[in-house]
Design a binder for this molecule. Structure first.
Ligand code: FES
Length: 174
């Protein structure tokens, strides 16, 4: 009888490298804590990101198996929500709101100015690891648009000048 070879599954996002043991232990602990709650996927992904700062690709099969989902389903949720990061962030994270109210108040121009000021593209971390620039979708300051969050601090009515001053203070302006 010829050997049976299973063809690769379309949803196979098998990681190239194993997680370090301590990170895998952390992810396992979070899975244990969240797996039995209703609708566990999003809270679990948030918990992983809150703990590690990002969601390693290698965590995807662990989460999928624990929640009886396909890897593609978990991967799809992670990539659908802009909030989730698949790579570690820089030492500082600059988030520029691109939702409706901020967009009407110049958020697109502000984001372009932030890219130039910080020397990194939107969704990217600068090569020196100093800063990550992320577009986000509503920071809850719609009445005072445009809004920016730098690390954990929110800033309303942001201007290019204020952003430059803040970036200079943090040592991330180019
Ligand atoms: S739309 Fe930007 S803070 Fe709400």
């Amino acid at each position: 009888m010829p050997p049976v070879h299973s063809s690769p599954r379309a949803d196979d996002t098998r990681p190239d490298h194993a997680l370090p043991v301590d990170v895998a232990t952390t992810v396992s602990g979070l899975i244990t804590r969240h797996r039995d709650r209703p609708g566990p996927l999003l809270p679990l992904l948030h918990a992983i990101q809150d703990t590690l700062g990002y969601i390693p690709d290698q965590a995807v099969p662990m989460v999928a198996q624990a929640l009886n989902l396909s890897r593609a389903e978990v991967h799809g949720v992670i990539t659908y929500y802009h909030f989730f990061r698949r790579r570690p962030a820089g030492r500082h994270v600059v988030q520029v709101c691109r939702a409706e109210s901020c967009r009407a108040c110049g958020a697109e121009e502000l984001l372009a100015q932030a890219e130039e000021l910080l020397g990194c593209k939107s969704h990217e971390t600068r090569a020196d690891g100093a800063v990550t620039l992320e577009p986000v979708y509503c920071l809850g300051l719609c009445a005072s648009s445009p809004a920016v969050q730098i690390d954990e601090r929110l800033f309303a009515r942001m201007t290019a000048g204020r952003l430059r001053a803040l970036a200079t203070t943090l040592g991330v302006a180019r």
